[in-house]
Write a protein that binds this ligand. Structure first.
Ligand SMILES: C[S@@+](CC[C@H](N)C(=O)[O-])C[C@H]1O[C@@H](n2cnc3c(N)ncnc32)[C@H](O)[C@@H]1O
Length: 325
């Protein structure tokens, strides 16, 4: 990083009582580990999204914003794929940003990564340079209180011709074998059904919202993500995820199902499980049309605000690349 965390912290204003909603709880290292494992297992998803972003961009990006950057798996992939880019990584969790800073340092890209402890439900465009080439929001947009506002702000933070990539979970989840290797018939489908009743996995569809803001074209892609107990990362990921889900579902599953779940987790931890989880990811690649400098029918106050120079000029004095075009 060219700078330690900037301290433009805005109080978190939204209501965060939906499942998977709000910033990551501070000190939740289990969540951080799951995010890192998710990225390791989802490397093909990341590669597909980066490929699609590259195709949509008219030039190699110099300025990138990572919205809800978490542990920095996206930031790192972006910094690696786009070696001329300065990445601005935004998150409301200091724990996540600390981890991101350490990852960026050990990957040798700290000079091109700047962290910003900031709430996406506030005026976050004020803390990043305007006219970004690429904005990236992986598994984060569903967390905010007003996603449509964040999309409008992202529009305003991009230059004409700039690209926004949004990633989310899709609902499709299956376990093979369906008993998770426990002999308890139908355990997997029951687990999926009860989680769905609680709103997990948190899915979202952004095609219409992106179009309403004025992004065009908007591409939607869907890819599969699998995790298997046969690999070290897969076994750890599945054990952590099942443990987290078990804690959510103690009131919903029978004692026999909970005991079977415990056995499945123990088997994953002992590396004797061959269970396979299949799930899905969707990603959108949305372009702010070139030549739209004149604000159009999609005009709104957030965009007007975001289209202006950032107010925190001193904070940006050390940028390596000009971000205004
Ligand atoms: C599921 S994690 C995804 C992290 C990362 N993008 C990834 O793909 O691994 C969501 C991240 O968004 C952050 N977040 C959620 N709500 C936020 C908000 N209102 N403002 C800033 N960050 C937020 C959380 O702290 C968390 O780090």
């Amino acid at each position: 990083m060219t700078h330690p965390h900037t301290h433009e912290h805005h109080p978190h204003s939204g209501q965060h009582d939906r499942p998977g909603h709000g910033p990551a709880p501070e000190g939740d290292t289990g969540l951080a580990e799951i995010l890192d494992l998710d990225a390791a297992l989802g490397a093909p998803v990341m590669a597909a999204a980066l490929d699609a972003a590259s195709r949509a961009l008219d030039a190699a990006p110099h300025s990138v914003v990572d919205l809800g950057a978490g542990t920095g798996t996206g930031t790192l992939a972006l910094a690696t794929r786009f070696p001329d880019a300065q990445i601005h990584s935004l998150d409301a969790s200091a724990t996540m940003l600390d981890r991101l800073g350490a990852v960026a340092a050990s990957a040798g890209v700290a000079d091109r990564v700047r962290t910003h402890l900031v709430d996406l439900d506030a005026d976050w465009p004020d803390v990043v340079p305007g006219a970004a080439d690429l904005a990236w929001a992986a598994l984060s947009l569903h967390h905010v209180s007003d996603p449509a506002r964040v999309l409008r702000q992202a529009w305003g933070a991009l230059r004409p011709g700039g690209v926004l990539v949004v990633t989310e979970f899709t609902g499709a989840t299956t376990y093979d074998p369906a008993d998770l290797g426990t002999g308890r018939d139908g355990l997997g489908p029951r687990l999926v059904a009860v989680l769905a009743a609680h709103g997990y996995p948190v899915t979202a569809e952004w095609t219409a919202d992106l179009g309403a803001v004025g992004f065009a074209p908007v591409e939607r892609h869907e890819t599969a993500l699998t995790a298997t107990g046969r690999t070290t990362d897969g076994a750890r990921y599945l054990a952590l995820q099942l443990s987290m889900n078990r804690a959510r579902l103690t009131q919903d599953l029978s004692a026999a199902d909970l005991a079977a779940l415990d056995a499945a987790i123990a088997s994953l931890e002992a590396r004797t499980s061959e269970v396979v989880l299949s799930s899905g990811r969707a990603f959108w690649v949305a372009v702010r049309p070139a030549g739209d400098e004149a604000v159009t029918a999609h005009d709104h106050s957030d965009r007007e605000h975001a289209d202006h120079e950032p107010t925190d000029h001193a904070d940006h004095a050390d940028h390596q690349h000009g971000t205004r075009r």
